[in-house]
Ligand binder design. Structure first.
Ligand code: AMP
Length: 327
């Protein structure tokens, strides 16, 4: 069993590191406003953030060079702390370019690739950080952009944690929560979503010993990844490069969404809209009112469909062969 106090310590340091990071100029905050737009049963949160157009283009280090911003020396003003889960060591950094206060990153201490799947320690560390947040009245969900077509910009493995209001949930997670399941312990899809995805419902928070929940989480991820690869194998043409997918983790669900493209080109105006895991949580970001208008006109769900992969024909609610949960 890992040391859970390290997670509590990290969560308790977030507010102060965020404030001092802003004060000393190491952390840049971009103000924004959020509009809700309903599309196909999803109440999309569309964030308008004009100042993002002034954000410096984050340089894309080549994969063979491990010395990106997530390798030491860390910027002291962004460094929260280190942590250890099983044999894996990590550091927690504040997001340098913040649109939502306290958005933070869990980064592997050694260079690991962002094209690599999440490991059992990655998943355990994510769940433990979210649980520590919950103990302190702070709600987060985790997202992971795996592979270049998933919307990631840094090659060093990093999981991201986005604050959400207490009792709140990302819009597409709310759809998963409303889904009635005939059986527990099997992956499911949300029929109204026009792109391939698989979701697993986790046992309720604290309904089982932590070790058991973490074990189920690992098995769920393996099952969802297996379904993703089955889907890729059936495609007539594979997307370019290593397999790309987005992962979302809340206390209730794990979602895996395979990706075919990093950006969607709007049919009117030809603007490219980059989409990462947040898009598949139902949260999109735009830099101008014009872009926001065009995005809404095109339909956020259609945009997700444009950067995801088509739903496999005949795929229905229950897709995993054997049940993960044994009662
Ligand atoms: P992604 O684009 O999904 O690969 O995520 C990279 C994240 O790291 C984004 O949220 C960036 O804002 C953030 N980021 C970029 N450079 C830095 C840095 N030097 N320190 C901390 N966070 C950074």
């Amino acid at each position: 069993m890992s040391d859970l106090t390290q997670y509590d310590n990290i969560i308790s340091k977030l507010d102060e590191t965020y404030s001092s990071g802003r004060a000393n100029g190491n952390l840049l905050f971009f103000g924004s406003s959020v509009t809700t737009h309903s599309d196909g049963g999803v109440d999309f949160e569309i964030r308008l953030c004009p100042s993002l157009s002034h954000k410096p283009q984050v340089s894309k280090p080549v994969v063979s060079n491990p010395d990106g911003p997530f390798s030491p020396p860390y910027v002291p003003g962004l460094y929260v702390d280190r942590l250890k889960e099983e044999e894996e060591e990590y550091v927690v950094l504040m997001n340098k370019y913040c649109v939502v206060p306290n958005h933070f990153l869990l980064v592997t201490k050694e260079f690991k690739r962002q094209t690599a799947p999440l490991t059992p320690p990655d998943l355990a560390a994510a769940y433990n950080l979210m649980s520590a947040g919950r103990r302190q009245g702070k709600n987060f969900f985790m997202f992971y952009n795996c592979g270049p077509l998933s919307g990631s910009s840094q090659p060093h493995k990093h999981l991201q944690f986005m604050p959400i209001p207490e009792e709140g949930a990302p819009p597409i997670e709310k759809l998963a929560q409303r889904q009635r399941l005939e059986v527990d312990g099997k992956a499911f899809i949300i029929p109204s979503l026009p792109y391939a995805h698989h979701v697993f419902r986790l046992p309720a928070y604290r309904s089982r010993p932590l070790e058991e929940i973490l074990d189920i989480l690992t098995q769920a991820f393996i099952s969802l990844l297996d379904l993703t690869f089955q889907l890729l194998r059936r495609l007539p043409t594979l997307p370019e490069g290593p397999p790309a997918y987005n992962v979302l983790l809340t206390f209730d669900h794990l979602h895996v969404i395979p990706r075919g493209r990093a950006e969607h080109t709007l049919s009117q105006g030809g603007l490219d809209v980059p989409v990462n895991a947040l898009g598949f949580a139902g949260m999109l970001i735009t830099k101008s009112e014009e872009e926001q208008g065009l995005l809404i006109e095109e339909s956020p769900l259609a945009i997700l469909g444009g950067v995801g992969l088509p739903v496999a024909e005949g795929e229905s609610c229950s897709t995993v062969e054997s049940s993960i949960l044994d009662d």
